[in-house]
Every structure is written in structure tokens, then in C-alpha cells.
Design a protein around this ligand. Structure first.
Ligand code: GLU
Length: 384
């Protein structure tokens, strides 16, 4: 993987992930907009013809089913969302297949859940399938597997999914196509708001109010876009954010949209997920000595440094690790169930093993399953 220094190098990149949102693919009446979809397929097909491998992350499954199912708005309950996604996903892929067939290209549907990014075996599996599709010259059309994803294992938005897909396929860049043409210094449309052409790091976006809502049919908005940007750039993958209408100009390397430079090196996807996206299930409060050990020495979290526990979690769930003042210093995958933890607090690992027997000599959170939140490159810490 090469790190692209600026957007002008985008046309020369070997692999690019392009994410397109629901509002850019549907017509406002709950149906797919064939013209807009075809326009994007044309741009992507042109890149393929130029020798670039482009993976498409396409939203729109739920939005495309609103019309066919006579649903007035995007459903709020999970079951109806699942049903709508089931109907809409078929329509979506059918449209993409037709649009790409006009260029002699085949598409392959790839449906992923958050688990596919988190669990090592699933990750390898998904990565292998995507790799093979690309080798076969097939355009992968990726979406979340909304039909089976429960709230617990859901990304919920394709912005963050697209960042993880970029990681899965080792993309050189991620292009987020949405309904605004760039990041603005304030709400887009306000006269005082100006386009931010380049963002070199998190400091450049600090202070920009991105709280304005996204579209009525999509789920993202600027907040999840910036989460996606944080995941990708921290992993060494630069991001171009622009509108679907600018897709051609953007992929050609022209000065449109906002270019977010890469800030880190490739990191493990589990760490990225923990740092930027995982929903935590509980909290371990640790003493000052444990904070120092985690921060300065990259150690695992041992029971001896933990003073309190809250929440209901099972072994393997993400938890927050906070200092006594309540500042969250890290996140990690905890190695015990919540009800096992109180008996371990403040105890030395050797004593626990002697007293409680085998199995109780493991760390509360292993250093490989832990990410410090002040770092943008989590993997470097776990490797020291
Ligand atoms: N996966 C959802 C769908 O295809 C969209 C998520 C999003 O809006 O980002 O409808």
C-alpha cells in the first residue's frame, strides 16, 4: 500500500473504495434513481477501464424499498428495516448489475456485518473473497447485511463500514460521495461557510460544527463521515469527501471536495474499531498507577489496578477504562464477565491464580485488545 500524498495522485492509485449514500441513489419517492446510479457506474467503470480496481460501497437498500413497500418514511424499528433491506438490496444489486453490464463489467454482492471486521477468522474470510473478486475483474458492491444485523453487531451506517472495507482491501484511498460537495467551515449553504479543501489532521477539524443532520433517507450525516475519515486516515488511508455529482472530477484528481491526508500507519482493524466505533458495555475504573502503566509502558490491565466496575458485559465485550476522575483513557475487550470482576478487584494476579485456580491468571484486558484513546495509531502502542 502506498500513501497518496495528495488528491492529484488519486487517478494513479491501484485500489480505491468509493462509498455512495442512499440520498445520492434514490429519487426522493422511495425508489432507486436509475439515472444517478448509472452516472456513478459510468465513472467507476471508466476507472476500471483505466486499470484501477474500484470497490463500491453502496447504501440504498432500505431507501429503495420504501416505494415498493409503500412505506412513507424510513422505518424506525429493526424488523421493518430488515424487511425493507431484504427487498431493497435485491433491487439495488439488479440496478448496479445492469449499469455495469453496459460497460462489460460484472458485479458481485458482498454483505458484511461488524463481526466480519472484528473477528479475525471472519476478517480473513471477507478479505479473501474481496481479493478474489478483484482478481476476477468483478466490481464488488458492498453493503451492510442489514437483514441479519442486530443492533449489537450493526455498523448502522455505511460510512464507517466503508472505512473498514478500505482496510480489508488495502485500498490506497477512500472516496465518500454524499449530498454535500465538501466539508464546510459551518453549515453548508450559509454564506459565511467556506469549503475546507484539505485537512491534514484532527486539529484542522476541531471547532467545525458538523452537528447538522444528514438526509432523511440515509443514516450518516457529517458526524459518521468524520468517524469514517478518522478510521481510514489513522490507518494510513487518505479520504476524499465530495458529492456524487463531483464523482468524476474527484476521481480524476481535480480540486473538489475535502481531502483528508493519512495520519497514521496501517493499524489492526480491531483497534480502529475499538478506538472509533465500538459501543462499550461497561466501565473499569483504574487507579493512577494503572493509568501510568497503560500509557507509559503499554502493559495489559491487571486486576490489581482496578478499583471499580460498572455495566453488564460478557467476556469479549468492549469496555471503557477510566481514571478515578472519570476520564476515559482507553477502551478494550474485557476478558471476564461483569459478575466475575468484583472478586478480582485490587488483587495480585499470582494470588488469584493460587486461590481461584487456572483461568484466573489472565489479564482483565490484554494489551493486544486495548487501545489508548489519545493515540491515533493504536497498533504502535501494542507493539512496543
Ligand atoms: N445499509 C443501509 C442501506 O443500504 C444504509 C446505511 C447508510 O445509510 O449509511 O440502506
Amino acid at each position: 500500500m502506498t500513501t497518496l500524498a495528495n488528491r492529484a495522485l488519486l487517478p494513479a492509485a491501484a485500489r480505491v473504495v468509493v462509498k455512495v449514500g442512499s440520498s445520492s441513489l434514490t429519487d426522493g419517492h422511495g425508489h432507486l434513481d436509475r439515472e444517478r446510479l448509472t452516472a456513478i457506474a459510468n465513472v467507476v467503470a471508466e476507472r476500471w477501464a483505466a486499470g484501477q480496481m474500484v470497490v463500491l460501497v453502496s447504501s440504498g437498500a432500505i431507501a429503495a424499498a420504501l416505494g415498493p413497500l409503500a412505506l412513507p418514511d424510513r422505518p424506525r424499528d429493526l424488523a421493518t428495516q430488515q424487511a425493507a433491506a431484504s427487498v431493497g438490496q435485491g433491487l439495488l444489486v439488479e440496478h448496479w448489475a445492469q449499469a455495469f453490464a453496459a460497460h462489460g463489467l460484472r458485479v458481485g454482492q458482498v454483505l458484511l456485518t461488524a463481526d466480519d471486521a472484528m473477528r479475525r477468522a471472519h476478517y480473513r474470510n471477507a478479505s479473501r473473497a474481496l481479493e478474489r473478486l478483484l482478481e476476477l475483474g468483478v466490481v464488488p458492491i458492498v453493503n451492510e447485511n442489514d437483514v441479519v444485523a442486530t443492533d449489537e453487531i450493526r455498523f448502522g451506517d455505511n460510512d464507517r463500514l466503508a472505512a473498514l472495507v478500505s482496510h480489508l482491501v488495502r485500498a490506497d484511498a477512500l472516496v465518500l460521495l454524499t449530498d454535500v460537495d465538501a466539508l464546510y467551515t459551518g453549515p453548508p449553504g450559509r454564506p459565511a461557510s467556506v469549503r475546507v479543501p484539505v485537512v491534514l489532521g484532527p486539529d484542522d477539524v476541531e471547532g467545525i460544527d458538523v452537528s447538522h443532520r444528514g438526509s432523511a433517507v440515509g443514516t450518516g450525516g457529517m458526524v459518521t463521515k468524520l468517524d469514517s475519515v478518522a478510521i481510514a486516515t489513522a490507518s494510513g488511508i487518505p479520504v476524499l469527501l465530495t458529492s456524487a455529482a463531483n464523482a468524476h472530477a474527484g476521481l480524476a484528481g481535480n480540486d473538489v471536495g475535502t481531502w483528508f491526508a493519512a495520519t497514521g500507519r496501517r493499524a489492526s482493524v480491531r483497534h480502529l474499531w475499538l478506538a472509533h466505533a465500538a459501543r462499550t458495555r461497561g466501565r473499569l475504573v483504574v487507579d493512577a498507577g494503572a493509568v501510568r502503566a497503560l500509557r507509559d509502558h503499554g502493559t495489559s490491565l491487571l486486576p490489581a489496578g482496578v478499583v471499580a466496575v460498572t455495566g453488564r458485559f460478557s467476556a469479549g465485550d468492549p469496555v471503557e477504562i477510566a481514571d478515578p476522575d472519570g476520564t476515559v483513557v482507553a477502551r478494550g475487550l474485557v476478558a471476564y464477565d461483569a459478575d466475575e470482576v468484583p472478586a478480582l478487584l485490587g488483587r495480585q494476579t499470582a494470588d488469584l491464580a493460587a486461590e481461584l485456580g487456572a483461568g484466573y491468571d489472565r489479564e482483565l484486558v490484554h494489551r493486544d485488545d486495548l487501545v489508548l484513546l489519545h493515540e491515533l495509531n493504536p497498533e504502535r502502542r501494542t507493539k512496543t
